[in-house]
Design a protein around this ligand. Structure first.
Ligand code: GUN
Ligand code: ZN
Length: 427
């Protein structure tokens, strides 16, 4: 048994529903007990030291111990094209993304990129991601292998596209079904791996392909299904022209069996009233990707409105449309985007979104994203004074929220001083 001492921060409730000082559980002299790769107990340092005197004890001083970040929407194959200049969504896909994704026809390139990507996110304190792969089945194997090697919980799926993509980057309805099925049989619930059926988005799938993905999901309802929804106005208009019968963008998924509680929809900026109703009724997950939405010029997500209306929302980098691997930077961008809608998200809400909120959007909050006893021991330590600029601000802090907010707004991988995966230190 290991006993880690430090400041601890967890949540007993959702800070969007419960006042933040009741929802958050902060101990300035706290402790986390790890046993067999799981969190066994949390509490005050003095209490846990008294109860577990023989545990192997490490004192992290005033470092903040909290759950590892959960990044609910990423494209690991876009690692090498992050920060590519000057395009909006469709041009960005055609100019940068698709050419790069072609390179994943080479399994050794996929393996090297998966390693690079997971090392980067771990260094940034992200312990779980949900990733799109490419159309190549080997890109999925590469990713799950790399996650398994690090002991990480990972969600991923083969990205399916059968139109409006370059030759060499398209499958068919039948091959998408067969390949996805073989991959999910190989990976879903193998150790910490979970499979997500992954039609990229309606513009790159025919109705036949969406139908095939819906059929596969109906046969494997315990898998997630991840896709993109209403990210840019041009994209929404394109979907309308490709699917003239559809009531709206979501309807292109809904009529093909691709709406459900285990559905995870990236971006969701331009939603019509019917779409919001159906997403809420289905209990689907919406994923906000703020650095992507500003970088690609997509628009201003309505975090407060959607959550108040009962939507389940997670937070994500959307690497490489997003401009960062860091969930700290992503929280900062979420704060700024919400400010543009006149809402100041509290630091507790931002930290909750980056951990438990994202885990809930992926239906894995019973395992990761919290410090709750019984959950898998994926957690980090943060230095709340990691740079001179942050330190001079946080020393003025009157409480934990003022102490942590400068790190949310200005922090990066230098703030992440320790990363544990299933109770094992990784960085
Ligand atoms: N829509 C369809 N594919 C993508 C992608 O790779 N990135 C983003 N941001 N949006 C998409
Ligand atoms: Zn995406």
């Amino acid at each position: 048994m290991q006993l880690l001492l430090g400041q601890t921060l967890g949540f007993g409730a959702d800070p969007f529903e419960t006042p933040h000082d009741e929802a958050a559980k902060h101990q300035s002299h706290g402790a986390v007990l790890i046993d067999g790769g799981r969190i066994a107990a949390t509490g005050t340092a003095s209490d846990l030291i008294a109860r577990y005197p023989r545990a192997d004890r490490t004192d992290y001083g005033d470092k903040l111990i909290m759950a590892g970040f959960v990044d609910a929407h990423v494209h690991y194959p876009q690692t090498a094209i992050i920060a590519s200049w000057g395009k909006r969504l469709i041009d960005w896909l055609n100019s940068y993304t698709f050419p790069e994704e072609m390179r994943f026809g080479d399994p050794s390139y996929a393996r090297a990129t998966a390693d690079t990507y997971l090392d980067l996110v771990l260094a940034n304190g992200t312990t779980t991601v949900a990733s799109y792969c490419t159309i190549h089945p080997a890109s999925v194997d590469a990713f799950f292998d790399a996650a398994e090697k690090r002991g990480m919980a990972a969600i991923a799926g083969k990205t399916c596209m059968d139109r409006n993509a370059p030759e060499g980057l398209m499958d068919t309805p039948a091959s998408a079904y067969d390949d996805s099925k073989a991959l999910l049989q190989r990976w879903h619930e193998k150790g910490r791996a979970r499979y997500a059926i992954t039609p990229r988005f309606s513009p790159t799938s025919t109705a036949e392909q969406l139908e095939a993905m819906g059929a596969l999901w109906a046969e494997h309802p315990d898998c997630l299904m991840q896709t993109h929804l209403s990210e840019q106005t041009d994209e929404v208009a394109w979907v309308k022209s490709l699917y003239p019968q559809a009531r709206d963008y979501l309807d292109t998924y809904e009529t093909h069996g691709l709406l459900g509680a285990r559905g995870v929809y990236g971006h969701a900026i331009y939603l019509e009233a019917r779409e919001k109703d159906r997403l809420r009724e289905a209990g689907a997950g919406l994923v906000h990707c703020p650095t992507s939405n500003t970088f690609i010029g997509s628009g201003i997500f309505d975090m407060a409105g959607l959550i108040a209306a009962g939507q389940r929302v997670g937070l994500a980098t959307d690497t490489g449309g997003g401009s960062s691997f860091s969930m700290l930077r992503t929280m900062a961008a979420a704060y700024e985007v919400a400010q543009l809608r006149g809402v100041a998200l509290h630091p507790s809400a931002l930290l909750w979104l980056a951990t438990e909120g994202s885990a809930r959007s992926l239906q894995i909050a019973d395992r990761v994203g919290t410090l709750a006893p019984g959950s898998e021991a994926d957690f980090i330590t943060l230095d709340l004074g990691s740079t001179p600029a942050i330190a001079q601000r946080s020393t003025q802090a009157a409480n934990i929220w003022e102490a942590v907010f400068p790190t949310i707004m200005m922090g990066d991988d230098r703030a992440v001083t320790g990363v544990w995966v299933m109770g094992e230190r990784k960085g």
